[in-house]
Design a binder for this molecule. Structure first.
Ligand code: DGL
Length: 272
């Protein structure tokens, strides 16, 4: 069983890409929305939450855990990897594809304050800063909008515009979505900015498949099917083709707070 968690419902953007590749697996998704947002909380606080969530997911039968949260990955993944006997897959800040693809030489990174302070992000930024300018901004209010299910409308547009404007003014032609909540605001962002947005979720889902194959967590037939699906979906993406809708997986949804926002967003992400 694959365990997936986030501070709230944002991790559903990652779950969707995972289920696209592994539709027959069983899942458990935990939204820690009683403690959301994680963005401004201390690494110690987030690490404690990650420990508690890991214990719960393991007790429910998870045999691999996806930390579908950039902030929790930055704050806690190294610590929990050392403490629990289970594989963790974390989020990767997608600075590399952005730096390789920019034409203006300016890339924007939208993320939480915690992610922007994380050593993983700082290291990958350091690797590409010589070749391009990296401009960062916290998506102020984005997480709250997504948790409230306000994915469009004048309030959402105004909030999104406030954080995108400094990146656009700096000349960014590519913007990295460094928080798993943000892809849910993509239609609104695309209304405001005609630039390329990069969501690392498909790459994280592919990495999960490779690790599960390597660790023997998929049967032989499942592994062959998953690897073929990876190739097919990457080809479709490269050709700019629309990807098929993702069917509802076998899943247990858990929220530490009010489950209604999670359940509502889940229904819009999966079909059937
Ligand atoms: N979705 C999360 C992330 O990727 C956390 C946002 C928050 O709770 O502040 O960083």
């Amino acid at each position: 069983m694959i365990g997936v968690f986030d501070s709230g419902c944002g991790g559903l953007s990652v779950l969707k890409e995972i289920v696209r590749l592994l539709p027959d697996e069983e899942y458990i998704y935990l939204a820690d929305n009683a403690h959301c947002p994680y963005g401004e909380k201390s690494p110690e606080y987030i690490t404690d939450r990650c420990r508690e969530i890991t214990r719960l997911l393991m007790s429910k039968g998870a045999d691999i855990i996806v930390v579908a949260c950039n902030t929790a990955t930055a704050a806690a993944i190294n610590t929990v990897r050392g403490e629990f006997d289970i594989k963790f897959i974390g989020m990767e800040p997608a600075v590399k594809p952005a730096a390789l693809g920019t034409r203006t030489g300016v890339i924007g990174v939208l993320a939480t304050a915690g992610t922007l302070k994380g050593s993983k992000y700082l290291a990958s930024k350091g690797n590409y800063e010589d070749g391009c300018r990296i401009v960062e901004h916290v998506g102020e209010g984005f997480v709250e909008l997504v948790e409230a299910g306000k994915l469009s409308g004048p309030e959402t547009e105004a909030t999104v515009k406030r954080s995108l404007t400094p990146l656009l003014d700096a000349g960014a032609d590519t913007i990295v979505l460094g928080c798993t909540h943000y892809p849910f605001l993509l239609p609104t962002m695309q209304k405001i900015a005609n630039v390329r947005f990069i969501d690392p979720a498909p790459a994280v889902a592919r990495h999960l498949v490779y690790v599960m194959v390597q660790e023997g967590l998929l049967g032989e037939r499942q592994a062959t099917k998953a690897l073929a699906t990876v190739v097919a979906s990457e080809e479709a993406r490269a050709l700019g083709q629309e990807l098929p809708p993702v069917p509802r997986p076998k899943i247990e949804l858990i929220a530490t707070g009010d489950p209604s926002g999670l359940e509502a967003l889940f229904e819009t992400v999966f079909v059937g």
